[in-house]
Design a protein. Structure first.
Length: 420
């Protein structure tokens, strides 16, 4: 039987194998995913005692927890490689924690799924928050099921400080407690996480005049969700719709504007346009969100990771537009020419591995869904999937994928008398 030490060694070996293409290629670490460059800049500015700012302004887009962790490592030496080490360390800690709460067989199956996952290994290489969010969410659920409610509420309250999408989760946790008739926990899981947001909201208001936790939703609606819906409704295409909205913004706020004026402007225009195309928004947002589940791996970071080259153009919106218009072969041709041909042998192998692993977890999740209805897991997964819309990609699956590993591990074990 595999011991914890064996699993940790296996984890380290596999992470090192994934890390090989990044040795002496620090630029690939930063450039693979746009978010990573922003988090590194925030951490570096904290190191320089410039405050929590990016491009000369207080950052209202990114919550502070992950940049703060990076900053602690930057005190030793500023390098984006710290994220990879940090996530390796957290992975080891996660294995140690879960061993104390799972039966031996459940723990081994969960650990192997986690260690062998192409998703977890690939995205742990970059200074982004998705991996950290996935681990914290797993601990939130693990502690909840072990009746360690204080720890569970703490991790639930910290989640928005990693990714703003976590603001959607408290009502779903609260509803779960209502189903289980835990009235006290129902109120606590709804109120405490939102009260926990207030310090950052007040700080943002003090710095910018905006009383908000994060302006990332404003950006997503203005730059992605609404232009795509507008383009579908008016049959003008995504890029053209985006240009029209940008021109409208310029007319509204002019060339000189404050942060507050900018974000209030994009919010106003986005919701004005959204009212004109609610049906097209709902359809496009729902269909695109499914890409979070079915996409094996994100191509842009994969190509930079392997070759250091940028993709020539984003094609996700274009391909989906053709699919929605029932021009399937046109969409597939663009996908083949712009993505599959340029991956190379190692990229194709990693893509194939990702497809097979994704099929494995989806097949087993659906299989055991009938046997044991995972109400809490489904309540969590639903908002995380359908919050993505046209920006959906494979990496957002790691927000909840560890929960699926745990669910599968629980049902794949052979003995029924388990603690979890």
């Amino acid at each position: 039987m595999l011991k914890l030490s064996h699993l940790i060694i296996l984890l380290i070996i596999i992470r090192l194998l994934f890390f090989l293409p990044l040795i002496s290629n620090q630029e690939r670490v930063v450039n693979a995913i746009t978010d990573g460059k922003e988090y590194c800049e925030l951490a570096y500015n904290l190191l320089l005692k410039k405050g929590y700012q990016r491009e000369g302004n207080f950052d209202t887009k990114r919550p502070p927890l992950f940049p703060f962790f990076l900053f602690l490592f930057y005190l030793l030496y500023p390098s984006p490689y710290w994220a990879c080490f940090f996530y390796l360390l957290l992975s080891i800690i996660l294995l140690i924690i879960t061993k104390n709460y799972l039966t031996e067989k459940t723990f081994i199956i969960f650990s192997l799924l986690f260690i062998l996952s192409p998703q977890m290994n690939f995205y742990s290489l970059f200074p982004i928050t998705d991996f950290l969010f996935g681990l914290f969410l797993l601990l939130t659920v693990l502690f909840l099921k072990e009746n360690k409610n204080t720890y569970s509420l703490l991790f639930l309250s910290l989640l928005p400080y990693i990714k703003p999408v976590a603001i959607l989760l408290p009502p779903f946790f609260s509803f779960f407690h209502l189903i289980k008739k835990r009235i006290k926990l129902m109120f606590l899981s709804l109120l405490l996480p939102y009260l926990f947001l207030l310090p950052w909201c007040f700080l943002t208001y003090k710095k910018t005049g905006l009383f908000t936790f994060s302006t990332l939703p404003y950006i997503n609606f203005f730059s992605y969700y609404v232009p795509f819906a507008k383009g579908l409704k008016e049959k003008i295409g995504y890029q053209k719709a985006k240009e029209i909205m940008n021109e409208e913004l310029k007319n509204l706020i002019g060339d000189k504007y404050s942060q507050k004026e900018f974000y209030e402007g994009i919010r106003k225009i986005a919701f004005k346009e959204l009212k004109k195309a609610p049906f097209h928004f709902f359809i496009s947002h729902t269909i695109f969100s499914l890409n979070t589940i079915i996409s094996p791996i994100s191509f842009k970071p994969l190509l930079i990771y392997l070759t250091g080259k940028e993709l020539k153009k984003p094609i996700q919106q274009e391909v989906f537009s053709y699919l929605l218009k029932k021009k399937f072969f046109t969409g597939l041709k663009i996908f083949f020419e712009e993505r599959l041909k340029i991956l190379g042998i190692s990229g194709f192998f990693l893509l194939l591995y990702s497809i097979l692993f994704l099929f494995l977890i989806i097949f087993n999740f659906i299989k055991y869904l009938k046997k044991e209805k995972p109400i809490l897991e489904l309540l969590i997964i639903f908002p995380l999937i359908f919050s993505t819309g046209v920006v959906a990609e494979a990496r957002y699956r790691i927000l909840f994928e560890p929960l699926i590993y745990l669910f599968i591990a629980k049902n794949l074990k052979f003995n029924s008398g388990s603690r979890f």
